[in-house]
Design a protein around this ligand. Structure first.
Ligand SMILES: [Zn+2]
Length: 415
């Protein structure tokens, strides 16, 4: 038996137009977007988003960290809304889709329901989370992290960018320090649509990624202290070379993560006082380890620490290796995952379960409410780059899955 909304589809051309229209706020010559959080360009897109949501009949409010919430009323206002949305800020040389598809896709869902005259049982709330990207202010996913209580509002307000401007000053500068305390807007659950930012869907020719998990992350700061000495007069066996040590640590890390089946990256390494005829005496480095399995993360940390100990001993250097961040893996809600999977299946889109390699606001929200995500392919898996690209059809498919997931979770009010 079919019910109201069963055959409903979003307006693909309208969604595509909004993506391209808003891309002019911070648009770059190479077709990307530079829209750092709380910048003048961010204010432009926020103003656009606010009026578009209001024009779609939503009530918009802003929290004390600038996260925006647009509420579409439901028949039963005694229950919190189903949240949908993502972020509108970008990397310094970012693309038109990362975060934007999820936010504008959510707007398109509301517009589609309006056009069809459908009232849902539960209300719907579109969210635009402040500073998902983390490129101007740390931490990344700041708005949603404070929302779930990982940081206090005051702590976040005092964070500074590289020019010394605080989050509080930046919010005031663009008029987006809202009067609603962080965490006031409650949700029954949340669904985020996003580009995959990886190559898997495209490689397998699948249209929809049903995201069931997100990787956990371990970050370390390391320091190797050897001894600086003359490149011409120090025999090889007597050297205490910090760079030679790091090289062994890099290779040992690759071995450990490959054996266990995870990811490991040494992304920063800085030689103190580098000189071509001096043996490096001191190096600071970072390490990023990722897996969807906390047990694997523990095993890798153990393996890497053992390797470092051995390498340091035979190289006769000191190595410190401090854990600075541990984000446990995300396992999304079974019912919400099933709702996304069912929507993809009933719409006839090819789909597969997938793990999110990157962090998302949805991963933060999942710690206090039921959450799932919808992924669509992006060309060559490229993201955080002006070349980031997705097709109109794939964007529309993602928004259709979002629409039908939302309809299933909110319920259509009977007339
Ligand atoms: Zn994003």
């Amino acid at each position: 038996m079919s019910k109201l909304g069963d055959n409903l589809k979003i307006d693909s051309a309208r969604l595509w137009d909004t993506i391209n229209e808003t891309a002019k706020f911070g648009g770059t010559a190479k077709g990307g977007v530079r829209r750092l959080t709380l910048s003048a360009e961010d204010k432009q897109v926020r103003d656009w988003f606010r009026s578009a949501c209001e024009a779609a009949g939503c009530e918009v409010h802003v929290d004390a960290l600038g996260s925006m919430f647009a509420l579409r009323r439901g028949r039963d206002m005694s229950k919190p809304p189903i949240g949908i949305g993502s972020h509108l800020d970008t990397q310094p040389t970012g693309g038109k889709y990362d975060g934007i598809l999820g936010t504008l896709g959510a707007l398109e869902v509301v517009r589609t329901l309006n056009d069809a005259g459908i009232e849902t049982e539960l209300p719907i709330c579109i969210a635009n989370w402040t500073n998902e990207e983390g490129s101007r202010f740390a931490p990344a996913m700041m708005g949603s992290a404070a929302y779930v209580g990982d940081f206090t509002t005051d702590d976040i307000l005092s964070r500074k960018d590289i020019a010394g401007v605080t989050v509080g000053e930046a919010l005031d500068g663009i008029g987006y320090r809202g009067d609603v305390p962080v965490g006031t807007q409650k949700f029954s659950g949340f669904v985020e649509l996003h580009i995959e930012q990886g190559p898997i869907l495209e490689a397998e020719g699948k249209t929809i990624g049903v995201v069931d998990s997100g990787q956990g992350v371990l970050w370390f700061d390391g320091k190797i202290t050897g001894f600086e000495s003359h490149a011409g007069s120090t025999p090889m066996p007597l050297r205490r070379d910090a760079l030679g040590t790091l090289s062994e640590i890099v290779l040992a890390t690759e071995r450990v993560v490959s054996t266990i089946g995870a990811l490991g990256t040494i992304g920063e390494a800085v030689i103190a006082n580098p000189s071509r005829n001096v043996i490096p005496g001191e190096i600071a480095f970072t390490m990023d380890l990722r897996s969807v399995d906390d047990g694997k993360l523990e095993a890798i940390e153990k393996g890497v620490r053992e390797a470092i100990k051995e390498i340091a001993a035979h190289r006769k250097v000191e190595v410190t290796f401090d854990k600075v961040w541990h984000k446990p893996p995300t396992h999304f809600n079974k019912d919400y995952i099933a709702a996304v999977e069912h929507a993809a299946e009933s719409l006839g889109y090819s789909h597969r379960r997938i793990t999110s390699g990157a962090g998302h606001d949805a991963c933060n929200l999942n710690t206090i409410m039921p959450v799932s995500m919808v992924f669509v392919p992006c060309k060559d898996g490229i993201s955080h780059n002006e070349l980031e690209s997705s097709t109109q059809d794939d964007c529309a498919a993602g928004a259709n899955v979002l629409l039908h997931t939302v309809l299933a979770l909110t319920g259509v009010a009977s007339k």
